[in-house]
Design a protein around this ligand. Structure first.
Ligand code: NAI
Ligand code: MG
Length: 544
């Protein structure tokens, strides 16, 4: 019976809250997919922390660096680092550790593939077909990709397999569609001149990605860069190096010419720093902490002034007006914060509830958190796995302690879950004050902070009183409230009566210290294109 309830909850969460793709999309979590999810849940038994961890059916074969189309050892031969299973705190595999010399080799390969190689010279249609073949291979290998993704990061297998991997394939199909539709302009100018505005690929892109959505971050960066005809040196996060290596292998299987995509596993202060300061990299894209976003921007400026796009942290407000459907708002606010173990840049981490519904909301939010199924992410029906690493586990528990010391009211949770693995109980603080650190700093874990408000102008001022500006949620049936809030909030995305809708076509990015530039959609193409004006003098023009 408990499992039946868990299954219903999960399918309802996927159906009603959104998830990555809009429901109009042919690849969205359609009712067919949801039925499969339900079935998988129903077959399972109750979830528990990892006493006897489930052994996923996979052998780890790709652990080397991917340079110039080949899997190779690190330049300092034998140099590796361990990647950890967050369920057990045990080593999954030792992975080749890339450093400065490996980045140099990768840049050389990417440079050659751009300057002399076939990629930018290929017709856009040919590039498009390779991206489409890759999307088909993602579908074909989705079990394997999802297993690696969950093993390395701790996210649930169901989320990887049924939400993230299909979204990845969808995104590559979206950018495959753009590849042969990128074109410049001809513009009129004063005088006898023909003016062409060319949109050229920018060159070698350096891309540094985090661990919370390893394959989706891979896709957001690699998809548009390849569609525009660029070559790439990508560094994965040291916590989650495995899945991108398989994705890279599949891209070459799809027909990518040698050297077009190079993948370096390794640490930030070594391999990451080498990328951001490299003189032969033409563009840098980074997703991660605001702190490191500033460091890589400085390195980019101090080296060759390469342009930088940044997708950084957030402290996103989730505002629930007095007229909102409370049950729906409770469910979506829960999803907005706890999804992916709370490890989302856009997590709805400041829940503002109108005072007239505050007490009822607290009671229901607590009941929902208590029902959240925490356990082995490979167990069907589990909603929440472990945090990604010991560092994140300690950081989140540290913030829970800070919240208690600051005087916020702990409604539920507040502790680790089980004895082994980086599991944390779903935690809620009520009566959170704006000045508290748990209201100002990114916790990046399963900790919901709820506060009450009285008026619309008050909540606008408080919601915007942050250094971040990534996203916001608005829950209301009143069109005036919705319109006022969605224009007043200084954030890159406003989700109204939904949350975390991540369609390939919708741009994503932040205001203020949440970064600059936009990923996904048509906007991401601009990050990977140069604009060149070619002005030709015309003799005897028939018209101007
Ligand atoms: P981080 O910003 O250190 O790591 C993100 C990426 O940057 C990784 O690939 C890392 O190796 C690389 N990196 C680190 N230092 C670098 C350097 N000096 N030069 C170049 N690259 C470097 O994030 P971390 O330490 O994993 O997490 C810390 C906090 O950052 C989290 O608790 C969370 O608050 C936030 N974060 C935000 C993310 C987002 O989606 N915006 C993703 C991951 C973390
Ligand atoms: Mg760091």
């Amino acid at each position: 019976m408990a499992m039946l309830r868990a299954a219903t909850r999960l399918s309802r969460a996927f159906r009603t809250n959104s998830i990555f793709e809009s429901h109009a999309s042919p690849l969205s979590l359609s009712s067919v997919t949801v039925k499969r999810l339900d079935l998988r849940c129903l077959l399972s038994t109750a979830a528990e922390a990892v006493a006897e961890p489930i052994k996923p059916d996979i052998s780890i074969s790709l652990t080397k660096l991917l340079i110039d189309g080949k899997f190779v050892d690190a330049a300092s031969v034998g140099k590796t680092f361990p990647t950890i299973d967050p369920r057990t705190e045990e080593i999954i595999a030792h992975v080749a550790e890339g450093d400065v010399e490996d980045v140099n080799r990768a840049v050389k390969a990417a440079r050659r593939a751009f300057d002399k190689g076939p990629w930018p010279k290929m017709t856009p249609y040919e590039r498009s077909k390779i991206l489409l073949r890759f999307a088909d291979l993602i579908d074909k290998h989705s079990d394997e990709l999802a297993t690696l993704e969950s093993l390395d990061s701790g996210k649930t297998y169901q989320q990887s397999r049924y939400a993230e991997i299909p979204t990845m394939a969808r995104l590559f199909r979206y950018y495959a569609g753009w590849a042969d539709k990128i074109h410049g302009l001809t513009v009129p100018a004063d005088g006898p001149h023909s003016v062409q505005i060319l949109h050229e690929p920018i060159g070698v892109a350096g891309q540094i990605i985090p661990w919370n959505f390893p394959l989706l971050m891979f896709s957001w960066k690699v998809g548009p860069a390849l569609a525009c005809g660029n070559t790439i040196v990508l560094k994965t996060a040291e916590q989650t190096p495995l899945s991108a290596l398989l994705a890279g292998k599949l891209l070459y299987e799809a027909g990518l010419p040698e050297g077009v995509l190079n993948i370096i596993s390794g640490y930030g202060h070594t391999a990451g720093a080498a990328i951001s300061s490299h003189m032969d990299i033409d563009k840098l894209a980074f997703t991660g902490s605001t702190e490191v976003g500033k460091i890589v921007s400085q390195a980019a400026a101090a080296s060759n002034l390469k342009p930088v796009t940044l997708e950084l942290g957030g402290k996103s407000p989730f505002i629930i007006a007095e007229d909102a459907n409370i049950d729906h708002a409770v469910e979506v606010a829960h999803f907005a914060l706890f999804f992916n173990q709370g490890q989302c840049c856009c997590a709805g981490s400041r829940t503002f509830v109108h005072e007239s519904i505050y007490d009822e909301f607290l009671e229901k939010a607590k009941a929902r958190a208590l029902k959240r199924v925490v356990g082995d992410p490979f167990q069907n029906g589990v909603e929440q796995g472990p945090q990604v690493s010991d560092e994140q586990f300690d950081k989140v528990l540290g913030y829970i302690k800070i919240g208690q010391e600051e005087g916020a009211r702990l409604l539920t949770g507040g502790d680790r879950f089980g004895q082994k693995g980086y599991y944390i109980k779903p935690t809620i603080f009520a009566d959170v004050q704006d000045g508290m650190r748990i209201s100002r700093e990114e916790i990046f874990g399963p900790v919901q902070a709820i506060t009450k408000y009285k008026t619309l102008s008050e909540v606008i001022q408080r919601a915007n009183d942050t250094t971040y500006g990534l996203a916001a949620g608005v829950f209301s049936k009143n069109i005036d409230t919705v319109n006022t809030l969605s224009r007043a909030l200084r954030v890159g995305t406003v989700w109204v009566n939904c949350y975390d809708v991540f369609d390939a076509a919708i741009p994503f990015g932040g205001y203020k210290m949440s970064g600059h530039g936009r990923e996904k959609g048509i906007y991401s193409l601009n990050n990977y294109l140069q604009v060149k004006a070619v002005v030709t003098s015309i003799k005897d023009p028939a018209w101007l």
